[in-house]
Design a protein around this ligand. Structure first.
Ligand code: FES
Length: 107
């Protein structure tokens, strides 16, 4: 199973096992990772699942779609070039070791 690493704003790292086909958001919620709210449940309607993809993983994860980028405008924390909505990142074996950084706030 791929492992996903969540890094808190304070630098704490939480490594969890993910299932292929789940989103990074679902993986966080299933494992009790603090810092992902996901109010809309993955419908790309809330921007409370915002993460910063680690520099080493941006090409593997890819860029946000135009719709996703539009929703990121509503994110509570600063939007950066590597910002993504974690509900829009699907876990695959290629993302084993994916590291995402959590923003200071989601709401
Ligand atoms: S969970 Fe709402 S946009 Fe991702």
């Amino acid at each position: 199973m791929p492992k996903i690493i969540f890094v808190s704003p304070e630098g704490g790292r939480t490594t969890v096992e993910a299932s292929d086909g789940d989103s990074v958001m679902q993986t966080a919620l299933a494992n009790g990772v603090d810092g992902i709210v996901a109010e809309c449940g993955g419908a790309m309607m809330c921007a409370t699942c915002h993460v910063y993809v680690d520099d080493d993983w941006t090409s593997a994860v890819g860029e946000a779609s135009d719709d996703e980028r539009g929703m990121l405008d509503f994110a509570a924390s600063e939007v950066r070039p590597m910002s993504r909505l974690s509900c829009q990142i699907t876990v695959t074996g290629d993302l084993d070791g994916l590291t995402v950084h959590l923003p200071d706030a989601q709401i």
